[in-house]
Ligand binder design. Structure first.
Ligand code: PRT
Ligand code: ZN
Length: 224
């Protein structure tokens, strides 16, 4: 890959991809995104868009393999905690909070159960994709738990007898409702965010970022 071209990682397909593409387009990027392509060249600027799974984006930025990344704060924070525990680099610069991808990471339990507070989760099995964020939150409350790691279908875990509670992302609450669960405690609030690798960019790349950022800020302000 041409190191003079600015590399931006974003989600290939999922909840953040449409909004991220639109935001970049509104900043003047001419992008031809073909479904099968990992890399898309911006036609009118020296920029390459790397389209990957959202989970890979924080690591790519922290390993300085890409210059910028757009990712949910939930994934960013979880990856940071995980990498910390592995002794890997975790530095990055936050450039801009974005106005989409809003959600919360919450604890939920079967609807019919009475909720008396997080202390009741002591020693319980909790299904989640975010074990580090959950551990940090419960540790602050002096609660230990047994994590049940699932990367999908977290909401069916209690009914399937795999866990006593779950800790998952919620936006409308419809998924919890449809699975007979109720949200009992928010543990983290998240939005999409634009981050930069913690390294000095080539001057040409830095100039490009310096030109793009005000445009992005202008777009976000206009949408408020
Ligand atoms: O394939 P890839 O790994 O890239 O995608 P993914 O499946 O891991 O992520 P994706 O596309 O589902 O979500 C990407 C990011 O969008 C998340 O990391 C969050 O930052 C953000 N986001 C915002 C959400 C939601 N809202 C959301 N509601 N991510 C997931 N959900 C799911 C949630 O897990 C649950 O299954 O939607 C369901 C709940 O929605 P409601 O409306 O029923 O409450
Ligand atoms: Zn993912």
């Amino acid at each position: 890959m041409d190191s003079k071209r600015l590399r931006i990682a974003m989600q290939k397909s999922g909840r953040l991809s449409q909004d991220s593409q639109e935001l970049l387009k509104s900043c003047g990027f001419k992008i031809n995104l073909r479904e099968d392509r990992l890399i898309a060249h911006v036609e009118n600027m020296p920029i390459d868009i790397l389209r990957v799974r959202d989970d890979d984006i924080p690591g790519l930025v922290m390993d300085k393999v890409v210059d910028l990344g757009i990712v949910g704060e939930n994934v960013l924070e979880e990856t940071m905690l995980e990498r910390q525990s592995q002794g890997l680099a975790t530095a990055f610069k936050k450039l801009k909070d974005l106005d989409y991808g809003g959600c919360r990471l919450s604890l939920a339990i079967p609807r019919e159960q009475e909720w008396t507070g997080v202390a009741a989760l002591q020693g319980k099995k909790i299904a989640t994709t975010y074990p580090h964020l959950l551990k940090r939150f419960l540790a602050e409350q002096g609660v230990t738990f047994k994590p049940v790691l699932l990367t999908g279908s977290v909401e069916v875990a209690p009914r399937a007898g795999l866990a006593d509670a779950i800790c998952d992302l919620v936006s409308s609450g419809a998924t919890l409702e449809a699975n007979g669960l109720k949200e009992v405690q928010v543990i983290y609030r998240s939005k999409a965010t634009l981050i930069q690798a913690d390294t000095e960019l080539y001057p040409e790349k830095q100039k490009l970022v310096d030109r793009l950022l005000p445009r992005l800020e202008g777009m976000l302000q206009a949408r408020e």
